[in-house]
Design a protein around this ligand. Structure first.
Ligand code: R5P
Length: 295
């Protein structure tokens, strides 16, 4: 039995108003605590931004180059990422349960690289996502693609389930070969994802009008990495995206296929969280790459 609390001078500080701080993630002020808490595991509260490391490629193309061994290629990079974007198979088989960063899990799939990639279905039950403690689920949306409606429905079903569990959904705008990847198209696709409930959206960078894409999307836009480019070019792209309103990056090949992946992810982080110039970030890349080679 606890002793009686008969302290006469309790400290309620009536002169100090209770703090009510707005939640820092764009468009997320009205979500429930669990969903906000999960978003705060992906977006770093100090900068409001995120560096996500994407290595979910195996879900449609098997053992992608430089992802042959996730334990060797990816696990050492994990401490430098704010969040990992991966499949549940990769998480359970390879990621140590002591990992403390964000987990964004691929929740759509079906066709392999040998078939029409837009013909995806929901590939993850959110009860299992909750069991694995994931912080968001990701789904491809093929606006203008042959299976547009089906992929949008995949997303909206996940959004509904996500609200039941407090798990946010990342809408990934997938651009088929037949579509023009420009600001008009990406503005359309990102806005559709947000309007239909995605709590954040991943899309490609475009040189013309990217700031209109980010401004026209009421939730955070995270820049997709895309094909491997020379390191300085990839850093320039990340820098421009951040200056033009992106809330972070979700990069795969430009990090894990780099000649020095640990150096590259740190250089990207310098741009995303500290607004470093691409040249300064590249200097950091070279320095860390040199040190790693000597170690
Ligand atoms: C595709 O759309 C997937 O999400 C990819 O597997 C991955 O996220 C792409 O990453 P990156 O293009 O940066 O290699």
């Amino acid at each position: 039995m606890p002793e009686a609390d008969d302290h006469a001078d309790k400290s309620f500080f009536p002169e100090i108003p209770t703090r009510a701080e707005p939640f820092f993630v764009k468009g997320a002020g009205a979500y429930d605590w669990g969903m906000q808490n999960r978003l705060a595991r992906i977006f770093r509260p100090a900068s409001g931004r995120t560096v996500m490391l994407a290595f979910d490629h195996g879900y449609f193309q098997g053992p992608t180059s430089w992802l042959e061994r996730l334990d060797l290629n990816i696990v050492p990079l994990a401490p430098h990422a704010d969040a990992l974007m991966l499949t549940r198979g990769a998480l359970r088989s390879t990621i140590p349960p002591t990992y403390g960063g964000g987990i964004v899990m691929r929740a759509s799939g079906g066709p392999s690289i040998l078939k029409d990639l837009s013909n995806e279905r929901v590939a993850l039950d959110l009860e299992d996502a909750a069991r694995m403690n994931v912080h968001a689920v990701a789904v491809q949306v093929f606006v203008g693609g042959e299976h547009e409606t089906q992929s949008v429905e995949n997303m909206t079903r996940l959004v509904d389930a996500g609200y039941r569990y407090g798990i946010p959904v990342l809408g990934v705008t997938a651009v088929g070969r037949e579509l023009t990847r420009d600001a008009r198209y990406l503005g359309l696709a990102t806005r559709i994802c947000a309007e239909l409930g995605a709590q954040f959206v991943k899309t490609y960078y475009v040189e013309e009008g990217f700031e209109r894409v980010t401004a026209g999307c009421p939730v955070p836009v995270v820049m997709a990495g895309g094909k491997k480019q020379p390191e300085l070019d990839a850093l320039r792209m990340a820098y421009r995206a951040m200056q033009e309103g992106a809330a972070g990056v979700d990069m795969g090949r430009n990090i894990f296929q780099s000649e020095a992946p640990a150096a590259m992810i740190q250089a990207v982080g310098r741009i995303v969280h500290e607004d470093a110039s691409p040249e300064d970030a590249y200097e950091l890349f070279r320095e860390v790459a040199r040190e790693t080679a000597l170690a």
